[in-house]
Design a protein around this ligand. Sequence first.
Ligand code: HEM
Length: 409
Amino acid sequence: MATLARDVAAHDPLDVSRAELYRDDVWQPVFARARSEAPIHYVEDSEFGPYWSLSTYKPIVEVESLPDLYSSEKGGFTLTRPVENGVTMPMFIGRDRPIHTAQRRTVAPAFTPSEMQRLSVDIRRRTAEVLDALPWHSEFDWVDTVSIELTTQMLAILFDFPWKDRRKLTEWSDWMGDIELFRDEGLRQKRLEKVYEAGAYFKRLWDAKVDAEPTPDLISMMIHSDAMSHMDHNEFMGNLILLIVGGNDTTRNTMSGLVYALDRFPESRAKLEADRALIPNTASEIIRWQTPLAHMARTATQDTQLHGHRIREGDKIAMWYISANRDREVFGDDADDFVVDRANARRHLAFGHGIHRCVGARLAELQVGILMEEMAERRMRVNVLREPERVAACFVHGYRRMPVEITRY
Ligand code: HEM
């Protein structure tokens, strides 16, 4: 108890990097205070060291619009603990121009509207299979049975990954994407083993595809592209892992957030159940409301000014999308609510903004849209039975377990 009291006294009350705020789902009033009192705030000390904390919409858009001044490469693209010593893999999310531009161009063709159209057939068929196998009127965990399974299947389709091994994608991604694992030396070692295991597996896939005719999946696309053929194996692996990790927690937690929000906001649920035309807007609204990645970070490359604040070269900046998506100046007084017919839901910042804006945004929207359509087809209502267990982290904003029961409406 004494330790707890000291910790509480020692921290800056506006240090929003504390994992327990998200584990206990109590971040909302802290950010509300930050937005009104100190939207650009310097946290002098935290578990991640000092950082600038941006909690409103405008300064985040400004920082993301100036990628040469605010680098993704210099100090990491998320808040990271000073002690980290895991393997770092080069990924284009953590590169600046011009390398970022060239590498991003390589994978972008996998996410065009026509590719989405092609993938949607498989995604719909698999989604229907998962929903048809669910038990009605009895308790199960939505996170594992639906969100993780559908996300894994979506990624396996995108990568043309061996179907029987698809859960490996989730396992590797969980190990590599969870920044909380860096807290512990034993876990860091275990993580390293998983990185090597994934590396060896993808090496075999790469070998099988490198001499074959190009196919439309991502691995083949990367192998046969110009920018990637100049990459060493480590860099190729890093970018592959980026695509898996990038699509994993995010899409999973959107699908869990969806049933949680529909349960908590029955008025919105009734509107959606009555009108399927609201599905595309609901996809944007749930991504705004959930904001599956709470923040991304940048590092200043020179001394500068941000809305009157003096930023020094090397300063780290956390952009809290989770809070910008609750900014009343943009989303109105009901910004905290889940509103399926919100007029400007698409203005959310959950995919970021500017040159690093999520390359997989369309795929995520497609998957969650198909899920809603197939649920509507079955008149399926998901009732959340108890409060979910949440992820204790300031980066991935999501759920570990969510007990539900489905009924027909
Ligand atoms: C980038 C969020 C789904 C792959 C990003 C960024 C955010 C984000 C915030 C910006 C990073 C930055 O500015 O530093 C999300 C959310 C998703 C989602 C909320 C789901 C609702 C996906 C999917 C994939 C993916 C399905 C791929 C399968 C990527 C990649 C980048 C990225 C490769 C790096 C882009 C770049 O640096 O140019 N994502 N993402 N994401 N995302 Fe997503």
